[in-house]
Write a protein that binds this ligand. Structure first.
Ligand SMILES: *[C@@H]1O[C@H](CO)[C@@H](O)[C@H](O)[C@H]1NC(C)=O
Ligand SMILES: *[C@@H]1O[C@H](CO)[C@@H](O)[C@H](O)[C@H]1NC(C)=O
Length: 487
């Protein structure tokens, strides 16, 4: 629900303030929002804001180093650095295991970040790192501490984690030998926050408290996780998670089963609005490149190896979600609760799954069952408009056509999913502002025989096509019961 831009005098006052502030920034500001192969609207941009320096409010994006062993140079990181920076992301949280290539890739990433005006920090993945060996963690922090792209808070070297609650933090600090800002993904219960500088909550999705979709009797919102962490941390900085989606579907091709969704639908929009109200010290986008869990906002073309997730990531770009984040990130950094004034370009972002949720793939899918939580997804096509003036939106999903008034500001729409072509038309008076259709049709045929509850995300005007390369597709046919599949 977007507020009207005209109905609230406080907003008008804020607007004037922001206009004054932005005019002071104009000389130093880089070009307005221009993601690589970006999606600039045809309308003149009335509202242009750009943060030129990081304030104490920072936005991170979680980056899996474990799937980029095929990168050969710092330059292989440049596109990610540039695209993240263009939307206002300050730093990549470089999630590392203990692979033979980890240091080489960290070296490339730190160099590329330095070359592109970005920051990075290490995020230890304690599925691989050992909480019983705090010295190893400290030494790894020390190894990269003096790199110019290292994120620091004051003089403290920022480091984080996935898991790792029981690390002996004083021993880690001793081994590091430098001041460390330790903000791990520690559980906000059963442990003390006394030795920490902050903490990251991984609970970016509505859940049942046991890492699955909510149930009627156990139903935790993302915001309830915020409250738990904040109460635990007291005044220490909180890293709030924000994520657009969750679908993972590893079947019998692996020895470990991983087959569930979290209800996501309009989560990305709702969560950003909630972030603007709660104003956490830091925000972490989960994730930049975790294709396996379908919560990537980075491009499919971001160079990576295939962990088997290409079966559900192929032809499913998520760039529109990153486009969507731009005004929210700018508003968050400015301390504003209203993102509308930070729309750098008019746009329409849409997303939908490839099939209705009831389509049965049991016989041809290598997991053989629908992902846990599947029934909590809506059979809808979602549209969010970012507009500087009122318009009329028509969405056609198969045989379902709906027409809406789309006000100025940021507004979500939801249309029942129909089989066939998904098309979008935005008009202002008789003038067409955006017109286009999703490259992905909705069908009742299991894509390559599998359950695929990932989303196709598109932006109008459409940017360049974005696709997995041969490394990113290397495992595509592994685990397909149909043998091979080209679609
Ligand atoms: C993006 O646009 C640039 C020119 O602005 C072009 O050189 C590059 O090939 C494009 N990338 C893709 C993936 O199309
Ligand atoms: C969990 O709570 C949300 C918010 O009240 C509600 O929309 C959703 O349907 C609930 N989920 C279940 C499985 O009951």
């Amino acid at each position: 629900m977007a507020p009207s831009l005209r109905s609230f005098s406080l907003r008008q006052a804020l607007s004037v303030l922001f206009l004054i502030w932005s005019s002071l920034l104009v000389a130093a500001a880089p070009a307005v929002f221009s993601p690589e192969n970006g999606t600039m609207a045809s309308e003149p941009r009335r509202i242009e804001k750009r943060q030129t320096t990081a304030t104490s409010k920072l936005v991170f994006a979680h980056f899996l180093v474990g799937i980029v062993s095929n990168r050969k140079s710092a330059a292989d990181y440049d596109a990610d650095m540039k695209r993240a920076k263009a939307v206002g992301i300050d730093a990549f949280a470089l999630n590392i295991g203990t692979d033979s290539y980890t240091d080489q890739q960290l070296g490339y990433a730190y160099t590329s970040a330095a070359n592109n005006g970005m920051k990075v920090f290490i995020s230890f993945d304690f599925s691989y790192w050992n909480v019983q060996d705090p010295a190893a963690v400290g030494k790894k922090i020390k190894q990269y501490a003096s790199q110019s792209a290292q994120l620091k808070i004051g003089s403290k070297v920022f480091a984080s984690s996935f898991l790792g609650s029981n690390l002996n933090v004083p021993a880690m600090r001793t081994a590091a030998g430098v001041d460390v800002f330790w903000a791990p993904n520690a559980a906000a219960y059963g442990t003390s926050a006394a030795n920490l500088d902050g903490a990251l909550n991984w609970g970016a999705w509505p859940n049942n408290g046991a890492n699955r979709a909510p149930t009627a009797s156990a139903n935790y919102s993302v915001e309830s996780g915020d409250a738990t962490y904040k109460a635990w941390l007291g005044t220490k900085p909180y890293i709030a998670p924000v994520s657009p989606w969750f679908f993972t579907h590893f079947g019998k091709e692996v020895s470990w089963s991983k087959n569930w969704v979290f209800p996501s639908d309009l989560l990305w929009l709702k969560r950003w609005k909630s972030i603007l109200n709660s104003k956490p010290q830091f925000v972490e986008i989960l994730s930049w490149n975790d294709y396996g869990e379908s919560h990537y906002v980075g491009p499919l073309s971001s160079k990576h190896t295939d962990d088997g997730s290409s079966k559900w990531a192929k032809n499913m770009p998520h760039n529109g979600w990153l486009d969507m984040a731009q005004p929210f990130i700018a508003a968050y950094k400015a301390g504003a609760t209203v993102p509308e004034y930070f729309i750098s370009a008019e746009r329409l972002v849409y997303w939908h799954r490839p099939t209705p949720k009831n389509v049965n793939c049991d016989g041809t899918d290598n997991a053989g069952t629908k992902p846990d939580g599947w029934n909590q997804l809506a059979d809808s096509v979602f549209v969010v408009t970012f507009l500087t003036a009122p318009s009329t939106l028509t969405v056609t999903s198969g045989s379902n056509t709906r027409t809406f008034s789309a006000p100025a500001g940021i507004t979500a729409f939801q249309v029942p999913m129909g089989l066939g072509v998904q098309s979008f038309l935005l008009k202002r008076g008789s003038r067409t502002i955006f017109s286009g259709q999703s490259p992905l049709k909705v069908t009742n045929v299991c894509p390559c025989g599998i359950y695929n509850y990932n989303a196709y995300v598109g932006t109008l005007n459409a940017g360049a096509a974005d696709a997995l390369d041969s490394d990113g597709l290397a495992q595509f046919n592994v685990g397909l019961k149909s043998g091979t599949c080209t679609s």
